[in-house]
Design a protein around this ligand. Structure first.
Ligand SMILES: [Zn+2]
Length: 433
């Protein structure tokens, strides 16, 4: 199902013409209204009228999360405060949060792109959507909510947490679609199992999962356990929230970027240079239509690549692959770049392993150590020690082969690793560097 046939299937040429017009308008707008951008553009020696083609994008300066922090709370807003109808903020792990604002039109844009997202997942009028993304300052809950209402689904604004109640509502209200983080979906499965409820027997047919990176192996796991299609979506609050990109249920292979609203590029995170199409690097977005807090070349720190091939669903929007990791929480262990997702892939391919793990990085005698706590299923754990040791050794060998460094695997009983109600914490880095 395509929500907005006209835009989502625009021929490339027409799309690029639209993008250029919007880009020119954007640069003019921020130059006139945001002192931060006027200064940055002056420093880069670029004037708005010099933007003549989409290639000129590379002449524009980047925006980083630090820039948002430095201009806390409203320094990057491009409209007077009375035009801002909503304010969200992303939880700051250190210090102040990052603040974003929306005009009435921004809220409509957001609902539109989330409507596209849900339709692409096969959710429509008549569906009952249990929205278990967190409501509040976090953009997930309300972002999904407005889009789902726009398509005419019945939305249950249950928010995250309270898993037993989630299961009860799911049974009693006839939920047909759920939206939450993928790790929370696994958490819900366990709770249902404890209650003796088979999710497969419920009418839920699709899950729209995002807000944290996850692998295709984890997708398979969720699909089997829930008996649903598991769809990946992408977004971040600085750019708008959820809805920046979404998978179609037909292909489930890469997320279509809403290119009429977001201009995408992939750069080398070290040099900042644009990379050729299809290469792996950091994904960067320019918001083409956002009014309250438009951003030029926002560095997401997410590592992925673009897929050029046309999609079977008929959309012309380019796709991005699943996020493989972040350029800033990428672990460097003994000089080797390690993405937690690489480790996750290995674990998910191993029989007897549950999708719950914790990566612990430490330093002993000036040498980095990598330890991974992994849960195994009940029957495996009650087996003889020798079998467990064999399993540990075999995982250690696979990790060594894939990422080139040794890890200590420690198999633990089911449900010993702390569960998340939102984004899962998978890495503990104890090193003081
Ligand atoms: Zn598609």
């Amino acid at each position: 199902m395509i929500w907005n046939e006209e835009y989502e299937t625009l021929p490339r040429e027409a799309l690029e013409a639209l993008q250029l017009k919007r880009l020119q308008n954007l640069v003019e707008r921020v130059y006139a209204t945001v002192p931060f951008y006027r200064k940055k553009l002056d420093e880069a020696g670029v004037r708005p009228e010099q933007i003549k083609s989409l290639d000129d994008l590379r002449r524009l300066p980047f925006t980083t999360k630090q820039d948002l922090r430095d201009n806390y709370p409203f320094g990057l807003f491009a409209v007077p405060k009375e035009q801002v109808v909503r304010i969200h903020a992303s939880s700051g792990t250190t210090g102040k949060p990052t603040v974003v604002g929306y005009t009435k039109r921004d809220i409509n844009t957001w609902a539109e792109i989330m409507a596209r997202t849900f339709q692409a997942a096969g959710v429509g009028k008549g569906d009952v959507l249990q929205n278990a993304y967190g409501y509040g300052l976090f953009t997930g809950g309300l972002g999904a909510h407005y889009g789902a209402e726009l398509i005419g689904a019945s939305v249950i604004p249950i928010s995250g947490g309270n898993s037993k109640k989630q299961i009860m509502i799911m049974q009693d209200f006839g939920t047909t679609a759920i939206s939450c983080t993928p790790s929370y979906a696994l958490n819900l499965y366990e709770v249902a199992e404890e209650l003796g409820i088979s999710l497969k027997k419920l009418p839920v047919k699709v899950g729209v999962f995002g807000a944290e990176p996850w692998t295709n192996e984890m997708r398979k796991e969720i699909e089997e356990k829930w008996g649903i299609d598991a769809i990946d979506i992408y977004g971040l609050s600085e750019v708008i929230g959820p809805g920046v990109a979404f998978e179609c249920v037909e292909a489930k292979n890469g997320m279509h970027i809403n290119e009429d609203h977001f201009l995408v590029e992939i750069i080398d995170p070290e040099t900042g240079e644009q990379l050729p199409y299809g290469e792996k690097g950091e994904i960067v977005f320019t918001t083409l239509t956002k009014e309250a807090i438009p951003l030029i070349r926002y560095r997401t720190r997410d590592i992925t690549r673009l897929i050029k091939a046309p999609c079977i669903c008929g959309r012309t929007f380019v796709r991005m692959e699943k996020v493989m990791g972040r350029s800033d929480d990428m672990l460097i262990i003994r000089g080797v770049n390690v993405f937690p997702s690489q480790i996750e892939s290995i674990l998910m391919e191993t029989k007897g392993i549950l999708p719950h793990y914790l990566i612990i990085v430490d330093r002993e005698n000036n040498l980095d150590t990598l330890e991974i706590l992994v849960e195994v299923n009940e029957e495996f754990f009650s087996d003889e020690i020798k079998k467990l040791q064999q399993l540990e050794t075999s995982i250690e060998k696979s990790i060594k082969e894939m990422i080139g460094i040794s890890a200590k695997i420690r198999l633990v009983e089911p449900k010993t690793i702390e569960r998340s109600q939102g984004k899962a914490k998978r890495v503990i880095d104890k090193r003081k560097i």
